[in-house]
Design a protein around this ligand. Sequence first.
Ligand SMILES: Nc1nc2c(ncn2[C@@H]2O[C@H](COP(=O)(O)OP(=O)(O)O)[C@@H](O)[C@H]2O)c(=O)[nH]1
Ligand SMILES: [Mg+2]
Length: 280
Amino acid sequence: MAINWFPGHMKKTQREIKENLKLVDAVIEIRDARIPRSSANPDIDKLVGDKPRIILLNKSDLTEKSVTKQWIKHLSSENVKVLEVNCLTGSGLNAIKPAILELLKEKHDRLKAKGLVKIITRVMVVGVPNCGKSTFINKMAKNNIAKTGDRAGVTKNKQWIKTPLGVEMLDTPGVLWPKFEDEETALNLAFTGAIKDEVMDSEELAYKLVERLQTYYPEKLKERYKIDEIFENPLDTLDAIARKRGCLMKGNEIDYMRIAVILLDEFRGGKIGNITLERP
Ligand SMILES: Nc1nc2c(ncn2[C@@H]2O[C@H](COP(=O)(O)OP(=O)(O)O)[C@@H](O)[C@H]2O)c(=O)[nH]1
Ligand SMILES: [Mg+2]
């Protein structure tokens, strides 16, 4: 699976992120909770440095809860707080403010000691494509559409959004690139829709998804598609699923394209169940 990002774009966004980093107190990094490792940018630690960071494991409505808890523990550190959220409903988002305050406590204490009363906290949002950056920013900006506009001495040509949390957020999120170095990462990104289907072979992708699901979630697969058994060869399982769904062409041939679209769609929509594709 040969997928790549044009290095010119990568360099430009990297530069932009570095510049924006100077303007903020903390970084909110969004990841897809179904693939907390694959949806991370390999250079994020280097980029963010020791700036306080909040990792939002977004789309947690689609995951296996206990595994998400494991990830939270695994990814947390002194400078990094990890929260599970659902940006569609807003669930979990109110934990952001306390997390930011905790991360910035020392800094705030220092400022207060200097006599500052009103402290504005600025954050920037980063994440790989499709992790939910726009949904997050829209949700946070809701009921508070008023943008703060340019502010002398702070930044030029940058829009900040005032959120109900009392935190100002840079309104354009930084797009990071994931790494596709190994096939598993590329597949995880493709399964979850982070890589456009147009550049993928959907039939192969669906086959690989069945292979994965029948290894880790055989019962969910059986239940969703009302199949009696899982076959050793994932292709046989895929065929059984296709037959159950009536994805057949003339002469009873399997319509692989049609079942592929159905499978990927249902997986992405959480219809096969709460599934996490990788473990810490
Ligand atoms: N199930 C679920 N879907 C979400 C959540 N957040 C975002 N999405 C969906 O994920 C897709 C990508 O979101 P978007 O905000 O455009 O991602 P961006 O590319 O990072 O800006 C959209 O279809 C969103 O509706 C969530 O918490 N749960
Ligand atoms: Mg977006």
